[in-house]
Design a protein around this ligand. Sequence first.
Ligand SMILES: [Zn+2]
Length: 128
Amino acid sequence: MASHHWRQCRTRPARVRDLLPAEGVAVTAWQGSTRRSRLPKDWPRIRARVLRRDKGVCQAVFSDGRQCAQPANQVDHIVPGDDHSMTNLRALCTWCHARKSAQEGGTAAALTRVRTERPKPTHPALDD
Ligand SMILES: [Zn+2]
């Protein structure tokens, strides 16, 4: 019996090609889904420009109005999607970017958690 059970639980290696959407299919389908938008070819340059404009400082503002101001190494789309213009981009630190990504891509439960959660006192920006 044990060996039978073992065989049932074993997952067969999936064929990766069957699981991935065909090239180009997702381009028109990203809207309204949680799929990450595609980044333009010159994204590294745009990204560098945003970080330079924001002086490498996290632009996130907490609910109490204070700016995070930690060293930023992420570039965030203020409005998620395909708008890669400078006005829709801002520098964020890893922590704030992870927090925002969780908000956008997360489940309803994650949304509630993020909204009600106070910034953690362990965050270096809140220690001063
Ligand atoms: Zn931050």
